[in-house]
Write a protein that binds this ligand. Structure first.
Ligand SMILES: Nc1ncnc2c1ncn2[C@@H]1O[C@H](COP(=O)(O)OP(=O)(O)O)[C@@H](O)[C@H]1O
Ligand SMILES: [Mg+2]
Length: 328
């Protein structure tokens, strides 16, 4: 038995739009082990959410074109499974928390009904057991006046409280993997760190694997076991925190670290990355970062470098490190 619970291999996906099929994810590779906190980081528009949603085929059918690769969950390729099988896994073994609590909470239903719905649908137990579990989890995520809250509607609560409830709801079926897509980005900053501490404690307590998505590399640096850096639909660097934060190799990771306030260094001069993430219709032929890269060479414009190991599981896709051509 391997302890790798999710492995995404050579995964490419297009989004079907009126302007044609856009190559939003190119040859994505990553894995998560049991109990691991893996962060996926990159600027807005790099494909993090599309990547997270496509793991359980949550993107609308008309929009997503699964081009190649595999998404192995406990060894089963989810991309080849029926909608019925994936529905059994989603919300059960793999659950999600989104940036906006209203993405997981319906404003028209009471908290109790929403919390117990998945538990009952996935045949985890009776209604009484579901309510008991909801009460336990609400307590665990720091909600007080639980009876009152269970009877309330989402619009009667603050964003921070709703996000705690979303976390509790995501844990109702004892997931193996929790996907948290920018879960604190829409929350008041004073509450952000409390929520992150909470996620971290829950992960340890429940031996959860967490795929944590953020645009903020400084934030993920103190949370993660490993970090994957994504740029314009490609995975550009992957490694543990010491490797990616203390010895970043890819010029994009280096630029990101200079652009966000470090937790360790209060006096850091921030340097925004010039230019913008290109749209998928304008991705360059070679390395997608070429146009913004201070170290770009001729070969970077001609072909894409492959993600490859440089030392002890530290992976980078960049010709500066003798990167191989990934083909087109
Ligand atoms: N429904 C959609 N239709 C067309 N393009 C989309 C859609 N959703 C996302 N995209 C495009 O896919 C790319 C990746 O988006 P996304 O995964 O949301 O990025 P991130 O989460 O890293 O900010 C972006 O260029 C975005 O414009
Ligand atoms: Mg996103």
């Amino acid at each position: 038995m391997t302890d790798t619970i999710l492995e995404v291999k050579n995964f490419s996906l297009d989004l079907r739009t009126e302007a044609g099929d856009l190559p939003v994810l190119s040859d994505i590779n990553f894995y998560i082990k049991r109990g691991e906190f893996l962060s996926l980081v990159g600027e807005s528009g790099c494909g993090k959410s599309v990547c997270a949603l496509s793991i359980t085929k949550l993107l609308p059918k008309k929009l997503a074109v699964y081009k190649s690769g595999e998404v192995l969950f406990n060894g089963t390729n989810l991309l080849e499974e029926s909608s019925a099988t994936i529905q059994k896994i989603r919300g059960n073994d793999i659950s999600y928390i989104f940036q906006e609590p209203f993405s997981s909470l319906n404003p028209l239903h009471r908290i109790q009904d929403q919390m117990i719905e998945g538990f009952i649908a996935h045949n985890k137990g009776s209604k009484i057991q579901a309510i008991e579990k909801a009460r336990y989890l609400l307590g665990r995520v720091g909600i007080t006046d639980i009876d009152e809250r269970l009877k309330s509607y989402p619009n009667q609560m603050s964003g921070g409280m709703l996000q705690r409830i979303s976390i509790a709801m995501a844990l109702m079926c004892d997931p193996i993997l929790l996907v948290a897509d920018e879960p604190t980005s829409a929350i008041d900053v004073t509450i952000q760190s409390q929520l992150i501490e909470l996620l971290f404690e829950l992960k340890r307590e429940m031996n959860l694997s967490v795929l944590f998505i953020s645009h903020d590399i400084a934030l993920v640096s103190y949370l993660s076991d490993r970090i994957n850096v994504m740029y314009a639909g490609c995975m550009v660097e992957s490694g543990n925190v010491e490797q990616v934060i203390d010895q970043p190799k890819h010029p994009y990771t280096q630029a990101l670290l200079k652009a966000y306030p470090s937790i360790k260094d209060d006096n850091q001069d921030l340097e925004p990355i010039p230019g913008m993430v290109p749209s998928p219709s304008d991705y360059p032929k070679g390395c997608h970062f070429t146009d913004r890269c201070v170290k770009a060479m001729d070969e970077c414009r001609l072909s894409k470098p492959k993600l490859q190991i440089t030392d002890a599981s530290h992976e980078v896709s960049c010709f500066l490190y003798g990167g191989q051509n990934a083909g087109n």
